[in-house]
Each structure stands twice: as C-alpha cells, then as structure tokens.
Design a protein around this ligand. Sequence first.
Ligand code: OVM
Length: 397
Amino acid sequence: MNNTSVPRVDIDPFSDAVLQDPYAYHEQLREAGPVFWLESLGVYGMARFDEVRASLSNHEVFVSSRGVGVADFAKEEPWRPPSLLLEADPPLHDRTRGIMSAILAPARLREREPLWRERAHELVDELTDSDTFDAVTDLAEVFPMRIFPDSVGLMDEGREHLLTYAAAVFNAFGPRNHIFEEGNAASVEASAWVAEACKRENLKPGGWGQDVFAAADRGECTPDEAERLVRSLLSAGVDTTVNGIGHLLLAFTEHPGEWDNLRADPRLIRRAVDESIRWDSTVQTFFRTASQDTEVAGHLVPKDSKVLLFLGSANRDPRKWDKPELFDLTRTTSGHVGFGAGIHQCLGQVIARLEAQMIVGALAERCVSIRRTAVPVRRLNNTLHALASLPVKVQLA
Ligand code: OVM
C-alpha cells in the first residue's frame, strides 16, 4: 500500500453549494476512488457504500471518542462536553448505550403508540381543514414537537429552543464556516435552556428523562452522566425526525405514483420510511478518527487521520443500489447506512420510524394525493440535509 496514490479532491463538502445539493457532487467523490484526500479540510474521505459501511462497522480502528466532527478532541477542546454515546468508544459507550437501549426498548415504546397515533390524527385533521399547507413548517416541524418533548418529560417553558440547539449541534460537526458561526450565535440561549432542561428536578415523572436518573439510582451511571445522557435525547431526537419526515413527504411529492401504491397497500409505510432515509439521508456525513495505521482498498490511512464518511452518498452508490436516485417502494432498502452501522447505529431509530409511520400513515388515510405547489427550500446545515419549506396541496379522500 502506498499513500502517494490516494486521489486528491478539491470539493469543499461544507460549502453552500454542496450542502444545498450534495447529490450533485457525490458521483465525483465516489469516482475519485474508494478513499480520497479532501484538500479543503485536510482529511480523508470515503463515499462508496462498501467502504462507508465497513468503516462505520470497524469502531476499533475508526474511533468516535476523538469526535465525529472535523475537530480532533485529542488536539482541540470540544465545542461542548462530549456525548457519552456518540462521542465515546467502548467500554464507556457500551455501558451508556446499555442504559439507553433498555429505556428505549421497542416493547416499552409500544405503550406510547396509541397516544402518538392519536396526536398524528389530530394534526392531520387540523391541517386538512385547508387543502394547502407547508409540509415542513406546518407538519414535519410540528409533529415531533407534539410527542417527543412530552415523552422525555421536558418542562413546558422554552421548548422552542430544541430546534435551535439541535441545528447548532449538527453544525458544530463541520468546520467553523459561516453556517456554524450563524447557528452558534443563536444557540447560546438554547444551550443554557438545554442544560437546565436535563436536570433531574426539571424532568416530569413518567418520561425517558426520569428513567435515565432511575438508572443512576441503580448505580448504572452517575447523576452527572444521567444529565449528559438526557442531553443526547434532546440533541439527536428532534431535528433528525423533523427532516426525516420532511424528506419522506418530499419523496412522495417527487414520486406521485408511490403515494398511490402506499394508499393501495398501507403496509408499505414501513418500507417507505426506510427508503426515504436511503433516498435523502438526513444525516449526510460523520467523521471518525483512525486509531492506528490502516489500509482501505490498498491505500494507507495513517494513524490519527480524520476520515469523513459520506452516508448520503453511500446510500446512492450505484455499485450497491439499482437506479439509486429513484424513491422506489419495491426495492430492498434495508442495509442502507442512513442510521449508521455497527455499535453506534442510531439508538432512536425505533422512535424515528414510529413517528414517521404514524404521521404519514394518517395523512395517507385522508389524502388521495399530495403535490407540491412550489420548489422546496433547503435550510443549510453542516451535517443535516434539511428543509425549510415544502408547500403542498392535498386532495381529500
Ligand atoms: C448526542 C448526539 C448528538 C447529535 C447526534 C447524535 C446522531 C447524538 O449528543 O449524543 O446522534
């Protein structure tokens, strides 16, 4: 293996143009080679399915504890105290993950399903009073906020800070560009609110937040760790599902035939949710750090290198997917890396899937068609592919 042959790429993956439309650039990244050097950032990158999946699955070589953003925590002070889940390796990661997995076990989430379903139908009833609405600001941003904060047991006051905070968290994985700076200014107040909201005395009984402190009482973690674990729920649980639901609706507006297919067979909703995450992955990128010299497809990735993994590109790699640009409810969509892979694979994915299934399932019951009435507007974020607006018109059944 030799390093001189690693292809150099001069695309800045955190430029406005790439963040606006990443898919326009992914082919160039994939074609550059299985691993490449990103001149703009001085990091390695991988954008093909096989290498992205293999790297995500190899947590001993590609570690998370040095940060999953461009900053190397071994050299730079983290933007905030590191996450005990996302920015941790075993054995710490396995202990904290175990605590959270028990709290968010599918069997326990099922108890909340009836209430969430009721909330989904309520919102769809409100929206369909009129035949036009904004699928992002009136629906995708509203539904998770009606169920997630209550499920955590958050205090009522100040919940609007959640989206600001999450946007800042995901911006902070990228470089200190103008997007980070703009988001960061707005997030000072939001961060202070989140810190308060995670405290035991501010969490209502019966929610996941208090469940984490119950684990602390059993000696599974310290009370300080419990606060930090609640913070993970608030960081990862809102902007992700907002844009996941947004992309699911976008997928249907771009592929109207699939809306007809979903209405004909509502069991397709599960696959639709998965396929939309493959088709337009909300979390586009995460970094890892090489803990040792390692070889990727014959090229050396030296110890201490930062490596940028393009999940959204892997999910559209034609080496893996047939006609990847099509949202297709007949394909086998499982195996995509939109929720990651390996030990860090999305802890909240059962919640995310349920939320999306419920709200879009309820909409499909009521609406014969959903069409967009204007061009969707993107909201730029250093990690998330995000929507600001998707005006739609529905035809009621
Ligand atoms: C966390 C965290 C924050 C952002 C994303 C995420 C996708 C986790 O604080 O643990 O997972």
